[in-house]
Structure formats: C-alpha cells, structure tokens
Design a protein around this ligand. Structure first.
Ligand code: SF4
Length: 296
C-alpha cells in the first residue's frame, strides 16, 4: 500500500471518529453491519452533523445490536416497530435528524404496515433497510426476502413461497426517495447515505447486506459480481417511476445500486400540516410544564 492510500484511509477513519463508541463488537466476522455503520458515520460527518443533532432508532435484529456502537441519541425499540417509533420522534421534533434502521424480518413481516404508511405519509426521516435475506439474530430462519427454494433453519425442505421484491414494493407506494446500495462498497454506501440525509421526506435506502454466517446463497462476492451503478445506465431518469420499477425487477443478474427514484416535488408530512403553517417551534418545545408537586 502506498503513502497516498494510507493517507486516504487515515482521513476516512478520522472522518467519523466522533460517532464511535468503545463498546465491544459482537457481529460475526465478515458481517456487512461493520461497513454499513461506518458508512453511516462517514456520511453524517461529511454532511456536517454532530452527535447532538441525530436520533438513531434501532429495531431488534443483528443491526439493532449496533445501537450501542454509534454515539448519539439512541433508542432500541420493539421488533418491527422502529418506523412508527422514529416517525413519532420526528413529528415531535423535526429539527432532529431521525434515522431508523431495521432488518428484512422486521421491515417486511412484523412491521410492514408501518413501512407502508411511512412511505405514504412521507415522514421526514432516513430509513436504512438492512436486507441480508434472513433472520440472522435468531440463527438463520427464512424472512420474506429469503428466496424460494432456499434451505434455511426452520424450513429444511426449502422456502415454498416467492420472496418479496423490496424495492418494487416501495415504489408502488409513490415514495419520494428510494435508493439501493450494498455492504461491499463502503464509498458508494457513503454517497447514497449522504444523498438520503439531504432528502426532506422519507428516504428509503435498501442495503444489500452480506451475512456470511447464515446466508450462503448471496455472499459478498455474489453481489460484487452483479452490482452495477445506476449512473452507468445510459438514459436513466431517476424521476421516472416506471423506469425505476423496471430496473429493480432483476435481482439475479444485474442489480442496480444508487439513487433509483426521487420525487423532489412531493410534500413531506410536516409540509402537509395546515395547522402547523407559520409555526417555527416544535411540539417538544411547546409542551407546557405544570407543577404537580402540590397535587398528591
Ligand atoms: Fe451479521 Fe449474519 Fe452474523 Fe448477524 S448472523 S452478525 S447479520 S453475519
């Protein structure tokens, strides 16, 4: 490795030190969670966020065990409920950057109803969808993303139903921002998260995540051989939802990553609230304090 590379690596590492903690890492070796969390820390730093500006909301799952490995305000919520938790927080205080993260089990089984209405309502938050195509924390059971025929713990004869195409599902809900990235490309992940952090509505970011312990079918190199950048697709228009829906159908040969769809004109949830027009304070700031010490 030459000096330039070493300097670049040192600069990248320094980028996100303010979001680092000293907690012991418990993820398996080779897990995509390492690079995903580092990309998020770098993106936040490059976009000028400080620890006090951000609320991290984690669901239950392997990624949720990252809750103590990132410095900032953090909530580790109930399984499948992280989107509603984060939505409540951002409505109460839109001045905070609210970031929620959940795996494919939580997002597309326990919590799929929350995802649907968060996209429709365009809550102003970033949602990171960790898609490792299985329930990793509970030792590799099939999720709604596990593909038909895969032999998993709990389905030793193979998954009998078709998996859900996450991106296509979200695109049918008239979203304002949909992006995809994968855990083997930290720089591209950082760029996508930077774009998502700038978005004013509900930013849905799917991360195709390596889970070397329980997902042997689509490991890091499998994605590495198939992932292509959307910028390299001639004539692609990220404002055209039909092009977006067409491009996300293929999950086996050419898998496009980047900002797949964006609607800059969609009003987010806060902008749609007539009762909040002209009000600069947040609901949190408007809470009245009562002295109840004499009441009981
Ligand atoms: Fe990561 Fe999979 Fe291990 Fe969970 S089980 S920590 S997702 S490699």
């Amino acid at each position: 490795m030459n000096n330039t590379n070493l300097h670049e690596l040192a600069a990248k590492a320094k980028d996100y030190l303010k979001f680092e903690t000293e907690e012991v890492i418990t993820w398996c070796g080779g897990c995509g969670n390492y690079s995903i969390q580092n990309a998020l820390k770098r993106a936040l730093t490059l976009e000028g966020f400080d620890r006090k500006d951000v609320l991290f909301c984690f669901d239950v799952g392997c990624n949720g065990n990252g809750a103590d490995k990132i410095e900032g305000y953090t909530i580790h919520g109930l399984h499948g409920r992280v989107i509603s938790l984060a939505a409540g927080a951002v409505i109460a205080n839109p001045k905070m950057k609210v970031i929620a993260a959940a795996g494919d089990g939580a997002t597309f089984s326990e919590g799929v109803n929350h995802l649907v209405h968060a996209v429709r309502n365009d809550y102003p938050m970033l949602f990171i969808f960790h898609n490792n195509e299985n329930y990793g924390l509970t030792t590799g059971q099939a999720s709604a993303m596990s593909r038909k025929g895969w032999k998993m713990n709990g389905t030793p004869d193979g998954v009998v139903v078709e998996s859900i195409n996450a991106m296509d599902f979200v695109l049918t809900l008239k979203p304002s921002f949909v992006a995809r990235t994968y855990s083997g490309d930290p720089d591209q992940m950082t760029e996508v998260m930077q774009a998502a952090l700038k978005h004013k509505g509900f930013a849905f970011v799917e991360v195709l995540q390596a889970c070397p312990t329980y997902n042997k079918a689509t490991p890091d190199h499998w994605y590495g051989e198939r992932v292509k950048k959307i910028e390299e697709l001639a004539g692609y228009d990220k404002h055209d939802i039909w092009q977006a829906r067409k491009i996300v159908q293929d999950m086996d040969k050419e898998i496009y990553v980047g900002v797949i769809y964006e609607d800059p004109n969609k009003q987010n949830f806060m902008e749609m609230q007539k009762s909040r027009e002209g009000i600069s304070t947040t609901l949190v700031e408007e809470v009245k304090h009562y002295d109840i010490s004499e009441c009981c």
